[in-house]
Design a binder for this molecule. Structure first.
Ligand SMILES: [Ca+2]
Length: 481
């Protein structure tokens, strides 16, 4: 009898340990705070080499969490990038692929809708950019219980707007724009802090807080207290004065100081969010993600060269070179995500399946992303890999292009609106700055990657891309240049 007990004992122990290990999986899905900067470059953070702008809070977030070194935005410009982020479909497949103000179609399932169906309360504070009015593209029609901010991305250029929207109702901002009383970014943060406090006061359901900030996108315009320390550095400045009278962006006498002030303001408020989570004892239940929607920009007087905002990469916003697409991703969840860096190849369309898995509700089957949960939770051996990553970009005029990254190889097909597009090939491991075109030397790799572009691109009459599509679209005439 005794010997039988001794045999059974360890088995029972193993079973019990198994139960305990299973119980250590998140009993309750985590809260999620997803912070998205606007036109912030890979190299704009101190932890990624920024030497002129101080970002102590983002650097702390990086040091306490996981910093991805090979993470990509969904697109090279605002609208496609945000559509990709919220629908989990890359630009060859997403409903919105062109950077014009247009509503995300109702039938698209967003990350917010998915998490809400999984029991989350959902809120958005900031720049929506997937619609132009409450009647055509309200965040509330796409899964957010509450909303505060600006829907139209052109209106979001003004950081001292006359009004913002709260749940589709206009909130007049007295004193704006002339007396410059309310900096919209500050209001987005205050809304977020209030949301966190309310969530703490009524626990029970996890929350998803989406914070698409409008910094440091032009207008290059910042409050005096943010500007002062950078103006005091005495950088040589070329005042920005808009030509053409469009009033797309405001004039700015010190655009370099203004840009630095905006990045610093953004950093300050990420710090406020993290501090409030700690004060509210929410940080161990909350995954905070920080990223950007595309690379840095020269719009409105921006000077990415001066700040080396694209880091070691080539190009900026609007380009499918790495500088337009490679962005920061920081992930912080104390107690669950171990501090470190990850070179996992990942993109914005992975966040939907990642957060869906954490919420315990599998993502829809037709998404292009993969869950990054194994990487986040320190099980890299279990991490699925992308066969390739794909982007396409259409802009008025001859700016239609495609790119594929497969492993370390990246092919770009430029001027696809023309009869004979040009292809370039780079080895990102040896040449992250995309300086040496290997296309003539490696035709088989070019053919293989171009075939992947053909596979990834799903034709959509709303966004014709190639010469053939442009020439066969009803009512359109192709332009060959
Ligand atoms: Ca942007």
């Amino acid at each position: 009898m005794l010997s039988r007990h001794m045999r059974v004992g360890p088995l029972l122990l193993v079973l019990l340990c198994g139960v305990r290990a299973a119980q250590q999986e998140p009993a309750r899905p985590p809260n999620v705070v997803l912070i998205l900067a606007d036109d912030l470059g890979f190299g704009d953070l101190g932890c990624q080499g920024q030497a002129r702008i101080r970002t102590p809070n983002l650097d702390r977030m990086a040091a306490e969490g996981l910093r991805f070194t090979q993470f990509y935005a969904g697109g090279a410009v605002c609208v496609p990038s945000r559509a990709v982020l919220l629908t989990g479909k890359h630009t060859g497949h997403a409903a919105l692929r062109i950077n014009v103000t247009q509503p995300l179609p109702e039938e698209e399932t967003t990350l917010a809708e998915h998490l809400r169906a999984a029991g989350y309360r959902t809120a958005c504070s900031g720049k929506w950019a997937l619609g132009n009015s409450v009647a055509s593209g309200s965040p509330r029609a796409q899964g957010f219980d509450t909303y505060f901010g600006v829907i139209d991305q052109i209106q979001a250029h003004r950081h001292y707007p006359e009004f913002l929207l709260r749940d589709d109702e206009r909130v007049a901002l007295d004193g704006n724009p002339t007396a410059r009383t309310h900096y919209s970014h500050d209001l987005f943060t205050e809304e977020a802090l209030r949301f966190l406090e309310a969530a703490r006061a009524t626990p029970g359901r996890p929350f998803f807080l989406y914070l698409p900030y409008s910094l440091p996108h032009a207008d290059l315009d910042a409050p005096a207290d943010a500007l002062a320390p950078y103006r005091a550095l005495g950088w040589s400045e070329t005042p920005y004065v808009e030509s053409g009278g469009e009033r797309l962006y405001c004039d700015q006498p010190t655009p370099r100081a203004a840009y630095a002030a905006m990045v610093a303001r953004l950093d300050r408020d990420v710090g406020r969010i993290l501090d409030r989570l700690r004060e509210l004892e929410l940080e161990r239940d909350t995954l905070v993600l920080f990223s950007s929607d595309n690379g840095p920009s020269s719009e409105g007087g921006g000077d990415p060269e001066f700040f080396d905002s694209n880091g070691p990469f080539r190009g900026e916003k609007g380009a499918l070179y790495e500088g337009g697409l490679r962005v920061p991703l920081l992930a912080r969840w104390p107690g669950r995500i171990a501090p470190g860096t990850s070179a996992q190849l990942a993109a914005a369309w992975d966040l939907f399946p990642t957060l869906a898995e954490l919420a315990g509700t599998p993502a829809p089957a037709d998404l292009d992303g993969i869950s990054l949960v194994p990487t986040l939770l320190g099980r890299p051996a279990e991490q699925r890999a992308h066969a390739y990553l794909y982007w396409e970009h259409s802009a008025p005029g001859p700016f239609h292009s495609q790119t594929v990254r497969a492993g370390d190889l990246k092919a770009l097909r430029l001027a696809v609106h023309a009869r004979r597009p040009r292809v370039e090939l780079y080895d990102l491991a040896a040449d992250p700055g995309e300086t040496r075109d290997l296309s003539a030397e490696r035709p088989e790799d070019v053919a293989r990657l171009v075939a992947l572009m053909e596979e990834a691109h799903v034709r959509d009459p709303r966004s014709p891309l190639t010469y053939r599509e442009l020439n066969s679209a009803p009512g359109r005439r192709g332009r060959e240049r």
